[in-house]
Design a binder for this molecule. Structure first.
Ligand code: TXA
Ligand code: MG
Length: 352
């Protein structure tokens, strides 16, 4: 299939939006930017479009899609009801990087929700994304625009790499503003539960709801996942990723010794910018200052993809602070590592 590649200026022209809207209404797929990561969009009300998304992504069909609406007020058309909690959160964080799990109504086909009676719904704040959904006149199902299992796509190059030739159009929106997928919050459980941490943090949700919010347990292999996406290998580069806990001095000493001893593999380190000089691997990527989680979040997936481009076989990453956005950063990182961790913390305060 020939994919129409669209630069950002052409994208916002009325004629382009009209054509893209028609492609979506007719069951086609359009990769588009959002403030979190790029998405592969298709008509959320069309079973065939939903199936095409699964096929192109190589995604298991029991992993449901997020439905995107152009305006907060449109959500009511696709859910059975909006609880008071839902209304509070929508008012506080929509448009924005928060996905709500709510009971779905019959308008939404089960192919979109992978057979679940609930729907994941969000209103992105990216103006281009909203203009596109508005032009289509339908809600847009859009998973992250990566092949299943790969790091999410946060740059035009990434989506071209994974999706050119498989979708009708790809829009260049530059580097994603946040770089980590939306927070997914389940509002159908007795206690609101974060199934995937993101830029709308647990403390922000609690401040808005004036009550406790739970964190869904992440990564335990043998239980039925509440968010189906929790159970699959995710975000993984080809090389083996290890996350290290402990002081940066201890981590650097340990990693440098490994790199020195093992000359048969290509090693890389991904760390905070100010720590780059501590490491002696052939590739050391700094991805933002340790006290700037926004910068780290924005660079993380791109750095993981760079590892494949450089054919790195062993990737060493000192753990980042876990407060606020750090929870989302460490969630993606531990998944990319398949939970392979090394604890070098002498005080042993961190359980791994
Ligand atoms: O930031 C984002 O959310 C991006 C952009 C494109 O909007 N989209 C995205 O979609 O990350 P995806 O499909 O890669 O991740 C959706 C996550 C998956 O973990 C999925 O299992 C979960 O949301 N999910 C979707 N519907 C659900 C439901 N009804 N109940 C529980 N989890 C659900
Ligand atoms: Mg994804």
């Amino acid at each position: 299939m020939k994919t129409w590649l669209i630069d950002s200026d052409t994208f916002m022209k009325e004629d382009t939006l009209r054509r893209l809207g028609a492609i979506l209404r007719n069951g086609g797929l359009v990769v588009f930017p959002t403030e979190t990561v790029y998405g592969i969009g298709g008509n959320a009300l069309d079973m065939t479009a939903a199936r095409r998304i699964y096929e192109v992504k190589g995604r298991p069909s029991d992993n449901p899609l997020i439905v995107h609406v152009a305006d907060p007020d449109d959500a009511i058309r696709y859910v059975r009801e909006l609880s008071e909690d839902a209304k509070l959160l929508m008012r506080a964080y929509w448009p924005g990087p928060l996905t709500l799990i709510l009971p779905k109504n019959d308008v939404v086909p089960l192919a979109t929700t992978a057979g679940l009676s609930t729907i994941a719904i969000r209103c992105p704040r990216h103006e281009g994304a909203r203009a596109l959904i508005r032009a289509a006149g339908i809600p847009i199902a859009a998973p992250s625009a990566n092949k299943s299992g790969r790091p999410s796509a946060t740059r035009f190059d990434h989506v071209k790499e994974d999706m050119e030739g498989f979708v009708d159009a790809i829009v260049d929106g530059g580097a994603s503003e946040i770089g980590l997928e939306s927070t997914v919050l389940d509002l159908t459980s007795p206690i609101p539960t974060v199934l995937r941490p993101g830029a709308v943090t647990k403390s922000m949700l609690e401040a808005t709801l004036h009550k406790a919010v739970a964190m869904g347990r992440l990564g335990s292999e043998n239980e039925a996942p509440k968010s189906p996406g929790m159970k699959y290998v995710h975000y993984a580069p080809m090389g083996e990723v290890t996350v290290y806990y402990g002081s940066i001095e201890a981590v650097a000493k340990h990693v440098n010794a490994i790199v020195e001893e093992d000359g048969s593999h290509r090693h890389a380190v991904i760390c905070a910018g100010e720590d780059v000089a501590r490491f002696r691997a052939e590739t050391v990527l700094g991805i933002g200052r340790i006290d700037d989680p926004d910068a780290i979040g924005k660079e993380l997936f791109s750095a993981l993809r760079d590892m494949d481009r450089l054919k790195i076989e062993r990737i060493h990453i000192p753990a980042f602070p876990e407060a606020e956005l750090g929870a989302a950063i460490m969630n993606r990182l531990l998944k990319a590592a398949g939970y392979r961790t090394v604890n070098l913390d002498e005080k042993n305060t961190k359980k791994t």
